[in-house]
Design a protein around this ligand. Structure first.
Ligand SMILES: [Zn+2]
Length: 211
């Protein structure tokens, strides 16, 4: 899971779309041009940066050119929140289509989105670390255990503990850490070279040549 912050949307546009008739919102969402098109493009661009191009649910890298925009609370069930920024995330195909589909993540509904009680770890509202515990299970395994009922539900809904996922996460973490590690190694050897070298002499003064 990734904790997401609401990106800097064009708030006038968000308000404009939110004011539309709730029943018409899911159909409106299908548009690709005009205001809706612009908002959807913003969602993709801004969330790609915010989520570091990773799926909001399983953290796998989003290889797709146009990753799926997923409504945490499905728009078919909750049309009112179709354009609600905190209800929108980018998700990989498997999480969006195979694992989530029409799943209703709301346990207790409230007319205010923020006050709903969610069954899964909410990418905008919850700290993943409070619900999920990551640990190394072996040389090529990163395990996830639920700390809370929300954590357990998230793991089972998004199938985060299948043998493939466990291996995939480890491979993924390695790739992610590699640049940092290389950078660290580079800095260490650079410092070592500097430490063994005699201090640099101040550059010889250049005497003005007499003409
Ligand atoms: Zn995913």
């Amino acid at each position: 899971m990734i904790k997401i912050r609401v990106p800097a949307y064009d708030w006038a546009l968000v308000q404009n779309l939110s004011r539309r008739d709730d029943g018409a919102k899911p159909t409106l969402w299908e548009r690709t041009t005009g205001r809706v098109g612009r908002f959807k493009r913003d969602v993709t661009t801004l969330l790609t940066v915010q989520q570091r191009r990773r799926c909001a649910y399983c953290r796998s890298y989003l290889h797709e050119d146009h990753p799926a925009r997923d409504h945490v609370a499905p728009k078919a069930v909750y049309p009112k929140w179709t354009f609600r920024p905190e209800n929108l995330v980018l998700a990989c195909y498997a999480c969006n289509t195979d694992r989530k589909d029409t799943y209703d993540p709301i346990e207790i509904w409230h007319r205010k989105y923020r006050r709903c009680r969610f069954k899964i770890v909410h990418p905008y509202f919850d700290a993943p670390g409070a619900h999920l515990d990551y640990s190394i299970g072996g040389p090529r395994q990163i395990l996830i255990a639920g700390i809370t009922a929300k954590g357990d539900e998230t793991i089972s809904r998004f199938e985060l503990m299948t043998p493939e996922r466990v291996k995939e996460r480890a491979a993924d973490a390695l790739v992610e850490e590699q640049p940092n590690r290389l950078q660290q190694q580079f800095q260490n050897s650079y410092r070592a070279v500097l430490a063994t070298r005699a201090p640099l002499k101040p550059a010889a003064r250049i005497r003005p040549t007499r003409l």
